[in-house]
Ligand binder design. Structure first.
Ligand code: HEC
Length: 276
């Protein structure tokens, strides 16, 4: 045992006392900060001010000439049959959302596309029916006639999709185009002051939101889902317009038999029934 041993024991005993004192204790005093710059590290927010950069902005503009990830043009002809190139171009298109028709429902000139830009098959129709019944039917009704339970009590009356202006793509206001319905599904219908823009202050945002006629469904529907909903609305319209001769010949007899069993049609002019 040398002379420093008792000192060491003393220090250890003190240290363990100090630690024991921390354990489970409650105190109103501010905690000790041994490394304050790690507890409270400086933080910059995207839109915040910076003293460091000459332009005063924390968020840095892209360096001139920067190329976004994946922004590399591959000649689609050269890519044909090359799996890696096809998936690369797919990934790129999704990342940069460059396909206006698919993501925005518009063509290069900014006009709504007349027709759904993806293949409409049974799977898409099923998806569209399901999404429509979840997100749109409450107001627009399961039959698309505007008589949904919420719609009947909503601040603005939802229109019926059987109004011919929602099916003729040549209507001057473009409301009959697939692109318009797609756009409306994703963006809703704003009030008299229009859509919310990034330049709006919080009062304006609240005012615009309070006045909106139809909420946007961007948070709930992917672009593909929104096209599926458009396809289902087209199906609903067809159910009201179609005649027996539109059905395949081998299905007509069964349809006639089903029709014969239906209760008589309600008197015209009767109030629309609430949808189930
Ligand atoms: C909360 C009720 C509500 C829901 C849910 C709703 N809508 Fe609407 N929608 C409305 C109202 C109200 C209007 C009429 C707005 C107006 O007065 O211009 C409307 C109008 C529309 C129009 C026509 C817009 C125009 O300018 O003519 C389309 C198309 C439409 N909705 C599609 C949809 C689709 C698709 C969904 C589901 C994704 C949906 N809506 C869900 C209430 C709703």
């Amino acid at each position: 045992m040398n002379r420093s041993t008792p000192l060491m024991f003393g220090a250890l005993a003190l240290a363990s006392l100090a630690l024991a004192a921390c354990h489970g204790d409650r105190t109103d005093k501010p905690p000790h900060q041994f490394l304050p710059d790690m507890d409270d590290s400086p933080k910059w927010k995207n839109q915040g001010k910076s003293e460091f950069f000459a332009d005063g902005r924390t968020m840095r503009p892209a360096v001139p000439g920067t190329v976004a990830f994946g922004r590399w043009d591959i000649d689609p002809k050269a890519a044909e049959g090359q799996a890696w190139a096809v998936s690369f171009m797919d990934e790129r298109a999704n990342l940069l959302r460059e396909d206006d028709a698919f993501y925005r429902g518009t063509d290069a000139a900014g006009k709504y596309v007349a027709r759904i830009p993806i293949t409409v098959d049974a799977g898409l129709l099923r998806r569209g029916e399901e999404r429509f019944n979840i997100y749109c039917a409450a107001c627009h009704g399961y039959a698309g006639d505007g008589a949904g339970m919420v719609g009947q009590r909503w601040t603005a009356p939802p229109p019926s999709f059987h109004d011919p202006k929602y099916s003729d793509p040549r209507e001057p206001d473009q409301k009959g185009t697939d692109g318009f319905i797609f756009f409306t599904a994703l963006n809703g219908v704003p009030g008299p002051e229009g859509h919310v823009t990034p330049a709006d202050d919080s009062d304006t945002v609240m005012r615009k939101l309070a006045a909106l006629k139809m909420p946007s469904y961007k948070h709930a529907l992917s672009a593909r889902d929104a096209w599926a909903v458009v396809a289902h609305i087209r199906v609903l319209q067809e159910t009201q317009r179609g005649t027996l001769s539109d059905a395949p010949a081998d299905k007509r007899a069964a349809l006639e038999a089903a029709k014969a069993k239906l209760p008589p049609a309600p008197e015209s002019g009767a109030a629309p029934k609430g949808t189930p």
